[in-house]
Write a protein that binds this ligand. Sequence first.
Ligand code: NDP
Ligand code: OXD
Length: 315
Amino acid sequence: MSAFVFVLPTWPVDVWTQAMKAAAPDLDVRVWPNHLGRVEDIKYAAAWLPPADVLKGFPNLKLICSLGAGVDAILGDPTLPRDIPIVRVNDPDLTTRMSEYIVLHVLMHHRQQRRLGANQKLGVWDSFPTHAASALTVGIMGMGVMGADAATKLAMLGFKVVGWSRSRKTIPGIRCFAENELDAFLSQTDILVSLLPATKETDGIINRALIQKLSRKGPFAAPIMINAGRGRQQVEEDIITCLDNGELYAATLDVFSQEPLPRSSPLWSHPKVTLTPHAAADSDPETICRYVHQQIQNFEIGQPLQNLVDRKRGY
Ligand code: NDP
Ligand code: OXD
């Protein structure tokens, strides 16, 4: 029986252990740090936010599975064993959850739900004029698995949708821009959505200079931003400055430079910010454990691994 270990310091490891035992009766499921057994036995690891130096402690490790789509925390470990393949989650359940989040927040801004909610609290009957979805262009940075799915669903609702990624995509109904066309992409974008991975190239990309390049031709006369990628991508002081001076109309933030977001952050109470606690797309233990088990089975029979991380690119 091959040994498998969970390294999940921030998740309910008992729930994951139970799900993995059900999905993979052929594996000896162990848990870091308290139920490790002989570390030499461990061939497979599945991790979310693993502390640095933990994975190097398994000398016979053959495969690392990220339990999320993003792998920045795993790749950020300076002692991460070299040459061990890393696979990440690409699963319809996770993707659908993310698209729900993006559609929800695009619609919330488009239909001015916060204004309606505030009016309800005050008992104000104000049926102000609204606009069509087609009056807004949603620009998605990161047209990978999640970006492409969200883009297609937004287009089905009638929004104009543009996308930006390193390599240009071809998606019916979506105008796609490549890495060197960022400014052209931004100039068309009324609602900016980030579904980028956290890499050296994307760190701090959502800053004041970028916000100033967004479209101001939409019905709100200032852009809106939604970040469900990673907090490292946003310069939070710049976002607050832009919200305060009108360069941004509103923001939805699911991810932050520091998580949990410190109670002292002005983002908590900013009137133009909607924030959620890194909950845009939750990894479901049963679904993800079945997926991880499939990857391990592929590995054991010498089949190619799916959704392999490219360590050089960083995602
Ligand atoms: P993918 O790897 O499928 O897609 C990443 C996309 O970003 C690709 O289109 C890629 O371009 C593009 N990209 C990467 N670097 C650059 C760059 N420097 N310039 C332009 N484009 C770039 O990832 P997923 O869609 O599966 O996930 C995206 C991210 O969403 C995850 O990395 C994670 O950070 C975040 N996430 C957040 C969750 C949450 O709950 N908030 C839940 C799940 C994911 P190309 O296609 O050319 O390679
Ligand atoms: C992920 C996440 O990367 O939940 O999957 O952030």
